[in-house]
Design a protein around this ligand. Structure first.
Ligand SMILES: NC(=O)c1ccc[n+]([C@@H]2O[C@H](COP(=O)([O-])OP(=O)(O)OC[C@H]3O[C@@H](n4cnc5c(N)ncnc54)[C@H](OP(=O)(O)O)[C@@H]3O)[C@@H](O)[C@H]2O)c1
Length: 244
């Protein structure tokens, strides 16, 4: 059983807490947020922690791993207490600055750290599969289609990341804004006599929890170090290939 503390209790944190609590291999021990408010979520204690509270809190309420769905600055509040206690970290923060990521890498010298701005299993699998097909068929045309709810103003960061991974220009991204679509990403490979479409549909935020649970379980068997989601998936793929 992996004992987990969740940092962040906003839109994503609410959904992630449900998934972590329902997973039989995980125990969600507590949730930390910034401001005072609700004191429990379905029996899980919620606590407001200031920077100085982290070390005594972790001593009194030890966990094996933290899952972070809060803000970039939280990393600097719990970083050293986490390092000193060798607590693993799964961070989903999408907006780390380069210096935040540099700091997260230093934590990898003393514990296991995974940071990913895209934490769903599905999107990471799509990117891995698309990268592989791009290598196999560099001659195929590539287009990226992203569809989101009417009010999403910017081009999807995930679509940009897919473009970067496949080494195609952002001009190859087509964005559609329609009604209440949660998130649709599609990579289309145009071959001379065939077409391949890789599609991911987001249904709801609990997918972030499934992604975090996957990362927690994979990190368990890793050495100390800094990992991306890609690293964890490729590790599993290599193990599967060896078993064939
Ligand atoms: N990687 C992914 O795929 C993925 C997916 C979804 C979201 N995210 C990331 O997850 C984060 C949260 O997203 P959201 O939509 O849930 O945001 P949100 O609704 O604004 O919630 C943010 C939460 O973080 C807490 N918080 C802020 N500063 C904190 C601190 N210093 N220490 C502890 N907790 C702190 C807030 O506490 P209060 O409740 O007390 O205000 C709040 O509960 C964002 O960074 C986003 O980029 C990543």
């Amino acid at each position: 059983m992996i004992e987990v503390g969740l940092v962040g209790y906003g839109k994503a944190g609410h959904a992630v807490a449900q998934v972590l609590r329902d997973d039989p291999e995980l125990e969600l021990c507590w949730i930390a947020r910034h401001s005072a408010g609700a004191t429990e979520d379905a029996g899980t204690p919620i606590v407001a922690l200031a920077d100085a509270d982290w070390a005594p809190w972790l001593d009194a309420h030890p966990v094996d791993a933290l899952v972070d769905f809060s803000k970039p600055e939280s990393l600097h509040s719990y970083g050293e207490p986490l390092r000193q206690r060798r607590v693993s970290l799964v961070s989903a923060i999408s907006a780390y600055r380069p210096q935040d990521l540099d700091y997260a890498r230093t934590l990898g010298a003393d514990t296991r750290v995974m940071c990913s701005p895209n934490i769903t299993v599905g999107i990471n699998f799509l990117m891995m599969a698309a990268k592989l097909l791009r290598q196999i068929a560099p001659f195929a045309d590539v287009e990226i289609l992203e569809q989101h709810f009417r009010d999403k103003p910017e081009v999807s960061g995930t679509a940009r990341k897919i473009a970067q991974t496949l080494q195609v220009q952002d001009e190859r991204i087509t964005s559609l804004r329609l009604g209440g679509i949660v998130g649709h990403h599609e990579v289309i490979f145009g071959f001379p006599y065939q077409t391949v479409r890789l599609i991911h549909e987001s249904i709801e935020r609990r997918a972030f929890g499934t992604g975090a649970a996957f990362a927690l379980k994979q990190l368990e068997s890793c050495d100390n170090g800094f990992y991306t989601y890609d690293d964890l998936m490729m590790r599993l793929v290599r193990q599967e290939l060896k078993a064939i």
